[in-house]
Ligand binder design. Structure first.
Ligand code: TRP
Ligand code: SF4
Length: 402
């Protein structure tokens, strides 16, 4: 039913290489937090990676297990969140296909990432059917679990928006039925006198006054109605807002605050800028990377004063240092009271300290990758259970159940 899935979170990540501190501060810490608050499904988007890496899929195969090790090492807990691989749940492909029947071509051509990425990744030929369908495959991922919340970065918000439109169109086309209003009224009666009255009042408050809270309360009321049949629940869910059943509920994007994690050169940390610290880099290498990191060019010599505002190292202090340490840097830098290596040392300590337990947790899985495979297998089973249910409803709604 749409109701209980409101508490579900779904997010995916493409397996295209090692994860770095940008992923950790931007995405993974957020997942770790969400796993305690929601029913989370996190998956490896290997088919999505294939849309851009179909010519060199080895990188995908080589990254799947390692990426999940990074998730686990960062604190994503398979006892709280289901972890799985997209291609282990072939239902995603079926739903993608069915959604493609109702999705106007223009909707896909207008998604900003379509043209952007084609420009950005010029060395790859992305004039493919699969790449155009990328955001729709993402819609299938999301709608399969009827996720209420989808944590994504800014660049993915348009994909969640498309998902909402596709869901609306699907429900409009396949949620309509003869005698909807009568069936909805009959279903209301099945809730009992008191709840029926409450439902009707809340629906009126929402429809006449646009009272969003009434809508939420009414949905919660439906969630609590254990004795309603699935079809009735979809009807009453849809009856709150309009004239049909809601088979695929619309998700909300939960915007992950843009990672402020700067790279070693002061630009955003990103593999394509070659300025990253990977989660499982060797401590010696990390220390070396930080020691050789560029500083304010004005400080050519130890005695030249500098300006933290012009220094990429200070951007790291913004992430890792409290006010008093930042004051120490500002003062020492502008008066040439400290050297750049002095300034970097506490950062080296903080970053190594942050990564030590991550590396420690990763080791167990590196030594026994079968552990990871077992986790993904269990997650895949749980995901397929949900997916089977959704596909039964979807096929039935279209009338593909002969
Ligand atoms: N497109 C996402 C990215 O590049 C990954 C992704 C695939 C995803 N399917 C998803 C994210 C569903 C959220 C929900 O980061
Ligand atoms: Fe940058 Fe610190 Fe050197 Fe100043 S002292 S230039 S902030 S590294």
């Amino acid at each position: 039913m749409p109701g209980e899935s409101r508490n579900r979170v779904l997010s995916g990540m493409r397996p295209t290489g090692q994860l770095h501190l940008g992923h950790y501060h931007g995405v993974l810490k957020n997942w770790v937090k969400l796993q305690h608050e929601y029913d989370c499904y996190f998956f490896v988007a290997d088919w999505h990676a294939l849309t851009t890496h179909y010519e060199d899929p080895q990188i995908i195969a080589a990254s799947v297990i390692d990426m999940v090790i990074d998730w686990l090492a960062a604190g994503v807990n398979p006892a709280s969140a289901k972890l799985f691989v997209q291609s282990d749940v072939p239902q995603h492909a079926e739903l993608h296909l069915l959604l493609s029947m109702v999705t106007p071509l223009g909707w896909l051509e207008r998604v900003p990432s379509y043209k952007d990425q084609q420009e950005k990744l010029r060395e790859r030929d992305l004039a493919t059917y699969g790449f155009l369908g990328y955001p729709l495959l993402q819609s299938a991922d999301i709608l399969m679990y009827k996720a209420g919340t989808v944590p994504v970065g800014e660049d993915q918000v348009a994909h969640v928006e498309l998902t909402r439109e596709v869901a609306r169109r699907f429900n409009h086309l396949y949620g309509r039925e003869a005698g909807f209003e009568e069936k909805a009224n009959a279903a209301i009666k099945k809730m009992g006198k008191k709840n029926a009255k409450l439902y009707r009042n809340l629906r009126r408050d929402y429809q006449e006054k646009g009272d969003q809270e009434a809508l939420q309360v009414a949905r919660a009321l439906l969630e609590g109605q254990g004795n309603l049949a699935l079809g009735d629940r979809e009807r009453l869910w849809g009856f709150l807002e309009g004239g049909g059943r809601i088979i695929l509920p619309e998700p909300e994007a939960l915007l992950t605050p843009a990672s402020k994690m700067p790279g070693l050169d002061g630009q955003k940390m990103s593999k394509s800028y070659n300025n990253t610290i990977s989660l499982r880099d060797d401590p010696k290498d990390i220390e070396q990377k930080l020691r050789t990191m560029p500083t304010d060019p004005a400080r050519a010599r130890r005695n030249d004063p500098g300006d933290p505002a012009r220094c990429p190292v200070f951007q790291l202090h913004e992430v890792y240092s409290d006010e008093s340490r930042k004051r120490w840097v500002r003062e020492g830098c502008t008066t040439a009271g400290i050297g750049c290596l002095d300034c970097k040392q506490p950062l080296i300590d903080s970053i190594l300290g942050e990564l030590a337990p991550i590396r420690e947790r990763a080791r167990e899985f590196e030594e026994d990758p079968q552990l990871v495979r077992n986790i993904l297998q269990e997650g895949g089973e749980a995901a397929r259970d949900v997916a089977d249910e959704t596909m039964d409803e979807v096929r039935a709604a279209i009338g593909l159940n002969y």
